[in-house]
Design a binder for this molecule. Structure first.
Ligand code: GUN
Length: 283
């Protein structure tokens, strides 16, 4: 089998076109969706991600700002910044780019964000709502993955989804969203024994481990749908996923590439969440 590619970049462009129209309509009602992105320190990867988020916001006519703060900022100073953004009526969405410096208590920062402005979907209130299947902000990468599956009418109910990786940002929530859509979900992680025997049962295999080309055809059942969440930079500067694309494509029915796969969808879902926040759809 040669896999069909689910191109996240193309899907993102389609979704952004309709969001652009939605933002124009909101402008007519004097609602100007605005995203504030907080960047602490000088991590080059983080800087590149936040620039991408600002650029994408502007592409669809939304306003966006990057609040740059020094690596040395204290916990209380950062909490003050969040508090100001919570109070600012102009700001609909707040995103604090992770990772944060080691001296910062990340969980306290996330919990300080008003859940109504938590467009990352990281606040425990929004995670709880997601777990109980309520309408809320869904964290962007998992939400993007679900949209990619829906875009190809890939069945989820009754399918066996195997997730490799259990991060709070991707692994755990994507498993929950698939469960909400009636998949049978299994998580694999660094302590899992005989991982191949489990991944070979997967109808849908989601790989989010952060290790270049770790998963090849030996892990994959014929006809499985393979979603690669990894973004790894090789020594030559090129980007590659957690999945060995050429090898996996021999067995998969659908596969996502890197780049132009899940990455662009993450940003697009952030825009969708910010529009949702501006419309006051999350209480
Ligand atoms: N760092 C890597 N991915 C993300 C994300 O989705 N949101 C935030 N805030 N930081 C990240």
């Amino acid at each position: 089998m040669t896999a069909e590619i689910i191109n996240g970049k193309e899907l993102s462009m389609e979704l952004k076109q309709s969001m652009k129209e939605e933002v124009a309509l909101l402008h007519k009602q004097n609602i100007k969706p605005h995203l504030s992105v907080v960047l602490v320190g000088n991590n080059p990867a983080s800087r590149s991600y936040v620039n991408g988020k600002k650029r994408a916001s502007e592409e669809i006519g939304m306003s966006s700002e990057i609040i740059e703060l020094p690596e040395s900022i204290s916990q209380n100073e950062l909490l003050d910044v969040i508090s100001q953004l919570n109070k600012d009526k102009r700001v609909h969405g707040i995103l604090v780019q992770l990772p944060l410096p080691k001296h910062i208590d990340v969980q306290e920062i996330i919990e300080a964000i008003n859940p109504k402005k938590d467009v990352d979907g990281f606040h425990p209130i929004n995670i709880g709502r997601m777990m109980t299947g309520q309408d809320t902000f869904l964290s962007c990468t998992p939400f993007g993955i679900i949209q990619m599956l829906h875009s190809r009418n890939i069945p989820i109910a009754g399918q066996h989804a195997v997730i490799i990786g259990r991060s709070n940002i991707v692994g755990k929530p994507v498993g929950q969203l698939l469960l909400n859509e009636n998949a049978t979900v299994t998580y694999c992680h660094s302590k899992t024994k005989d991982m191949k025997s489990i991944t070979k049962l997967a109808d849908i295999l989601i790989v989010a481990v952060g290790r270049a080309n770790m998963i090849d055809k030996d892990y994959i059942k014929d006809g499985a749908v393979v979603i690669d969440v990894g973004i790894n930079r090789l020594d030559d500067g090129s980007l590659t996923g957690d999945v060995d694309f050429d090898s996996a494509s021999e067995k998969a029915s659908y596969i996502t590439p890197v780049p132009k796969g899940v990455g662009p969808m993450t940003i697009t879902m952030l825009l969708q969440n910010t529009i949702k926040a501006a419309k006051g759809m999350v209480k």
